[in-house]
Design a protein around this ligand. Structure first.
Ligand code: BGC
Length: 765
């Protein structure tokens, strides 16, 4: 089918490799206003009316507002869910179909709208969808297949909702546990971020990145770049990041995403070196386009062009903000409300010669290319009825499997876990009956607070414990809430007493602590310690003399050093998703042998927030004669750490060569034998680190280079083989260039960053 603009089917177009040409041709027929409209993205709230009060909601599209945006201002993209509340797949199908009707029938150019949503751990805004564990939890599985699977399921369920564009994955480096968005990413290690991000994108877009496939969608890597490292630890506050640091740690996951073929990118809402990233030509054009080779479309984050003026005082007007951002390289503005002003001032800027027409053509063309690649001109809609696997058992099992593979056993004194069947258990703490704390933000709503409305059939921890251990064996007392407010403290005094009394009759206390759901600014924090009331409850439970199992559900590692040494066991669930409670209970009862490992360093104190790849000066040891006291890097738990119900031994590390010339492209092959020395089958994450012993820019103590998760029966031995290249031993030098320097490197294999089992020296000549 050909449209008025002569669009041919995407398969044909791709065969002819002429999508770029087609897009240029379409754009050449557009007026300036139409091109600028393509660059404009509005929130659906700007084109809706009615009361959003389920179950009798009258919310609907306001056709007058929609026509004003799409016909008069040529708006080319819409995002978000009204009031950030999930809707049914049918609702989405109908609403977006109505929007496409207007765009494709009533406009002159007949260019479809591209709709975007944040479906970041499953289809967030689609009721009944399969929510997975959050990215941080997937990383803790050290099994990238779960990221691929989440991408596939999410793409399918998002397309079932008639939405072809997903603002995911988050590739921000989780090096600061204070940052409220740490759980949205894959943790602190650049290599893990690269591997998991790559797989998630392939899950979303397919191996061949053919996003015309109606079960795939366009991914959006975000938030480029350096978003997660502000000085204050708070969202959207200034970061100071030298270029070499940006390139060494923050860029790799984004580069891997580009290699994965990701179609779009969203920009960091924050400020680096006193420059808002949205105004940075250096970062958006020189780095992202010229140096990293990104050819896709660049969208802003929420209202971020305006913020150059309203928040940052860099621009003296909205008009100047628009000029700075578009000239820096922005293609599409998530306006998201006052699109008229954006369209008007950008038109003026072009007419005044302040923004070159070539920049507008470039931006509009990239957007039209994306729409062509999605085949939206021929297939503007996908229909919920065509997606029978939506919410299927197979999808749900994939979510459970990811949680079961990720939950991390951090402490297990005297092998207290797994708990004996028939044991009497008190379940207490605010997370025991909360689904918010298992799923986090972006779960059926922005802050995750509407989950009970959408996920009533899923188990919370108490439900799951009763199912596994028997109702009669499990008692429950709430204990405390997340807040430290004085009125709660008084109210919860009684709850403490009740919990203490209930503990008398049980063998074990399962203490469910952590955080409530949050995301972005509302998740900012002034104190990384677990809050006082929860800590108090833990102390009261410890005083009872019963065995205490601390179960953490939290978006970031809240400091637990006031209680960690005294509890008998600690299980980190992170944000394990809709089946997280079931997976946890299976681990506590021993049906599942835990195999997750920390994807970040768990700090012991709020003033010691250093990742595992720090510099040697973080470890000034008495034993090395530096000081007469220990100044060690000494976190609560190390990166890569996690226990199971069996044990492993490592032996026979081999390397196929001891040296290579510095420009060699050859592989270096290492192998090591791993044996399950325990009594039950289990999984081990075998980790390969390298340490550059001396370098012209201070080397990191160590860096993760490869990992593999293997499963071994009791007594079984397997050989794990790793291949690396010299590039894996390179670093960014003072001149901001990636180099391999001659010298000695230690290659280390172990079961965590702090538990190296065998190592070998390698020399670069
Ligand atoms: C967030 C983005 C998100 C966007 C659209 C912003 O506030 O920072 O991650 O994609 O909203 O919902």
């Amino acid at each position: 089918m050909a449209t008025t603009l002569g669009i041919v089917s995407v398969a044909q177009a791709q065969n002819n490799k002429d999508i770029d040409k087609q897009a240029a041709q379409i754009v050449s027929q557009m007026t300036l206003a139409e091109k600028i409209g393509q660059m404009t993205q509005v929130s659906i709230d700007a084109v809706c009316k009615g009361a959003d009060t389920p179950p009798t909601s009258t919310l609907q599209l306001d056709m007058d507002k929609l026509r004003d945006a799409v016909l008069n201002y040529h708006v080319g993209s819409i995002l978000n869910s009204p009031n950030t509340r999930a809707r049914t797949a049918q609702w989405w199908t109908e609403i977006i179909a109505q929007i496409q009707e207007v765009a494709m029938k009533e406009t002159r150019v007949k260019v479809p709208i591209i709709y975007g949503l944040d479906q970041i751990h499953g289809a967030t805004y689609t009721a009944g969808s399969t929510m997975f564990p959050q990215e941080i939890t997937l990383a803790a599985s050290w099994n990238p297949a779960h990221a691929r699977k989440m991408g596939e399921v999410t793409a399918y369920e998002t397309r079932a909702s008639n939405v072809p564009w997903n603002f995911s994955p988050v590739l921000d480096l989780g090096i600061d546990p204070r940052f409220p968005r740490q759980y949205e990413g894959f943790g602190e290690d650049p290599y893990i971020g690269s591997v998991f991000g790559y797989e998630l994108i392939k899950g979303y877009e397919g191996d061949d990145n053919n996003i015309a496939n109606p079960t795939k969608l366009a991914a959006c890597m975000k938030h480029f770049i350096g978003y997660s490292a502000p000085i204050s630890g708070k969202d959207r506050t200034p970061a100071y990041i030298p270029k070499s640091v940006l390139l060494e740690y923050h860029v790799p996951a984004f580069q891997a995403a580009i290699d994965a073929g990701v179609h779009t990118v969203m920009i960091n809402s924050g400020i680096i070196n006193n420059e808002p990233v949205h105004a940075s030509y250096d970062l958006l054009t020189t780095l992202l386009r010229d140096e990293m080779g990104f050819k896709g479309m660049i969208v802003t984050d929420w209202e971020d062009i305006n913020k150059l003026y309203t928040r940052d005082r860099l621009a003296t007007s909205i008009k100047e903000s628009v000029k700075l951002a578009i000239n820096a390289g922005i293609d599409m503005s998530m306006v998201p409300y006052d699109y008229k002003e954006f369209c008007t001032v950008l038109t003026e800027l072009v007419n005044e010669g302040e923004v070159p027409m070539s920049r507008i053509d470039d931006a509009a063309t990239r957007i039209v290319v994306l729409k062509l690649k999605l085949d939206l001109f021929n297939t503007p809609n996908t229909y919920s009825k065509d997606y029978p696997e939506f919410g299927s058992q197979a999808f749900r099992k994939a979510s459970y499997d990811a949680a079961a593979d990720a939950i991390t056993l951090l402490k297990n004194d005297n092998n207290i876990l797994p708990l004996k069947k028939g044991a009497k258990i008190l379940v207490t703490g605010p997370n025991a009956v909360s689904k918010r704390s298992l799923n986090g933000g972006w779960t059926f709503s922005w802050q995750g607070e509407k989950i009970d409305e959408f996920a009533s059939e899923y188990n919370n921890i108490l439900d799951a414990m009763k199912l596994k251990f028997g109702k009669e064996n499990v008692a429950y007392i709430p204990g405390v809430s997340y807040t430290d407010a004085v009125e709660y403290a008084t109210e919860y005094k009684n709850q403490f007493d009740e919990a203490i009394a209930a503990a008398k009759d049980v063998d074990y206390v399962v203490l469910c602590l952590g955080e409530n759901s949050y995301c972005e600014k509302p998740g900012d924090l002034d104190d990384l310690y677990l809050n006082d009331l929860q800590t108090e409850l833990a102390k009261e439970m410890l005083k009872t003399g019963k065995k205490v199992i601390l179960v953490l559900s939290e978006g970031r590692p809240r400091v637990i050093s006031k209680i960690s040494s005294k509890v008998d066991a600690i299980v980190q669930t992170y944000l394990p998703g809709l089946y997280g409670a079931d997976a946890l209970a299976d681990i506590l009862i021993g049906n599942v042998n835990p195999s997750g490992k920390l994807p970040y360093t768990y700090p012991a104190f709020p003033n010691s927030l250093v990742p595992y790849f720090h510099k040697h000066s973080e470890e000034q040891k008495k034993s090395e004669g530096v000081y007469n006291y220990e100044g060690d890097f000494n976190p609560e738990f190390h990166f890569g750490y996690g226990l199971g119900y069996t044990t492993f031994s490592y032996s026979n590390l081999k390397i196929d060569k001891k040296q290579l010339a510095k420009d060699s492209q050859e592989d270096i092959t290492l192998s090591i034998d791993i044996t399950n020395t325990g009594k039950r089958e289990g999984k081990e994450v075998v980790q390969l680190y390298s340490s550059d012993l001396f370098a012209s820019l201070i080397p990191d103590t160590k860096r993760l280079r490869r990992f593999e998760k293997i499963s071994l029966k009791a007594g079984e031995t397997k050989t794990v083989t790793f291949k690396i290249k010299l590039k894996d031993l390179s670093f960014i030098n003072m001149e901001n260039k990636r180099v391999v320097e001659p010298g000695d490197f230690e290659l280390q294999v172990g079961s965590s960053s702090n538990d190296i089992k065998e190592k070998v020296l390698f020399t670069v000549l």
